[in-house]
Design a protein around this ligand. Structure first.
Ligand code: ADP
Ligand code: MG
Length: 410
């Protein structure tokens, strides 16, 4: 039995508690996806958008759904909000099965990328709309609207129409509208994606503040931007091809990626094919091309790492050092491409003795020309071993960070 299964009496306690406005003592997670599958269309036109999706989010926890476009993130959110009906499985809120409940009865706050404000309604009425739909007594509405607008710093704009607001302000109003119903569950679907980079950064800070102001609210935050996921989430659920591939704290996913996909998607990675020679504790010696390198070998449970088995070594681009070829431990690398990115320069390097091109992010503006020979030093340990994924296909170029950029010789 899964721990998300509702015990009848505790589900009842939750329902009574919610109705009376009191906090119910419950151990049920705020959100449960229980083996949810969603398909769109029928027959030959069927798209499987979500497969066997299981996830639990505790009250007060923020989980980011991170993955490339089309991986099923929005579909998961819609299944929870009630905008699409799961083809299989169930969704539960605080232990209560809501799979067949209408969206309005779920009491979930939802914020989407496109704001979705009513253009002819003033800010106040946009925020009040959800309250009326939730049958909040008339006399309470003005106070609740003011409270919600205050939370997002928009109290002074109540009389404006959406078109009289900037994109960032419209999104704040959309967040206020979601918060006005005092939801226990808040869903945000790429809420910052339509904003420019600078505004996105400041809104990210505001969302962090908001999160602190709502310590009991469970949040599910959909994004394809790892920076947002890292900044906001207690845990990150990585999605790919309609499935959840990995879930853990950001730090664990980053330091010890459980799969090549997560290594590349979260932070960018050189995935260097290697052979494991020897493992001692959490340290390994591996052969990569003509090099013997030390690698971190995280505890992967029973079975451990197989000696002589092929593996992948995750070498983070920012850990690769560039200098003179005469430096100690330096190997020769030819610059294949060099792109200045402001705070750093991204180099693609053909390293003598390695088959794949290595990506290096070096601080500042590095003046190197394509074809130049540089000294390349890998850190020690060179990186972390990635557990092999049984039957995994290789990662498509479109899904990865710049490590495998199309057009760059591999
Ligand atoms: P994401 O939010 O990760 O970009 P979505 O959940 O929107 O992904 O989509 C997952 C898959 O389902 C995609 O292949 C998408 O084209 C498809 N899809 C999404 N919505 C619909 C729909 N209403 N009808 C048919 N296919 C859809
Ligand atoms: Mg989406």
């Amino acid at each position: 039995m899964s721990d998300g299964d509702a015990h009848p009496s505790s589900a009842f306690a939750t329902a009574v508690g919610a109705a009376s406005g009191k906090t119910a003592a419950t151990t049920e997670p705020a959100i449960v996806f229980d083996r949810v599958g969603v398909s769109y269309g029928r027959g030959r036109k069927t798209t499987v958008a979500l497969t066997d999706f299981t996830l639990r989010v505790a009250a007060g926890e923020t989980v980011a759904l991170l993955g490339p476009s089309g991986s099923g993130k929005s579909t998961a959110l819609k299944a929870l909000a009630g905008f699409v009906r799961p083809t299989s499985g169930a969704v539960r809120l605080a232990g209560r099965d809501v799979t067949d409940l209408s969206p309005a009865k779920r009491g979930i706050g939802v914020v989407v990328q496109s704001y979705a404000l009513f253009p002819h309604m003033r800010v106040h009425d946009n925020v009040a709309f959800g309250l009326k739909a939730h049958r909040v007594p008339r006399k309470d509405i003005a106070g609740r609207v003011a409270e919600a607008l205050e939370m997002v710093g928009m109290a002074a704009y109540a009389k404006r129409l959406p078109r009289e607001l900037s994109g960032g302000q419209q999104q704040r109003v959309a967040i206020a509208r979601a918060l006005a119903i005092r939801p226990k569950v808040l869903l945000l679907d790429e809420p910052l994606a339509a904003l420019d980079a600078q505004l996105r950064q400041s809104m990210l800070g505001e969302l962090q503040e908001l999160r602190k102001a709502l310590p009991d609210t469970a949040m599910l935050y959909v994004t394809h931007d790892q920076a947002e996921a890292l900044a906001l989430a207690d845990r990150i659920a990585v999605m790919r091809n309609a499935r959840l591939v990995d879930i853990d704290t950001a730090e664990n996913l980053w330091r010890r990626p459980p799969s090549d996909f997560t290594a590349a998607f979260l932070g960018g990675a050189n995935l260097v094919p290697c052979t494991v020679n020897r493992v001692s504790g959490t340290s390994a010696l591996v052969t990569a091309g003509s090099f013997t390198l030390r690698a971190e070998a995280p505890d992967v449970g029973p079975g451990g790492w197989h000696v002589d088995a092929p593996g992948l070594l995750c070498v983070r681009p920012h850990t690769v050092r560039i200098g003179a070829t005469s430096e100690r431990d330096a190997v020769r690398g030819t610059v294949v491409s060099s792109v200045w990115r402001g705070a750093s320069t991204r180099l693609q390097l053909a390293v003598t003795g390695l088959t794949d091109v290595i990506t290096a992010d070096v601080p500042g503006h590095l003046d190197t020309e394509v074809g130049a020979i540089v000294g390349v030093r890998l850190p020690d340990p060179a990186g972390v071993l990635i557990p092999p994924t049984p039957g995994a296909e290789t990662i498509g170029a479109a899904e990865t960070s710049a490590t495998h950029e199309p057009g760059v010789p591999q």
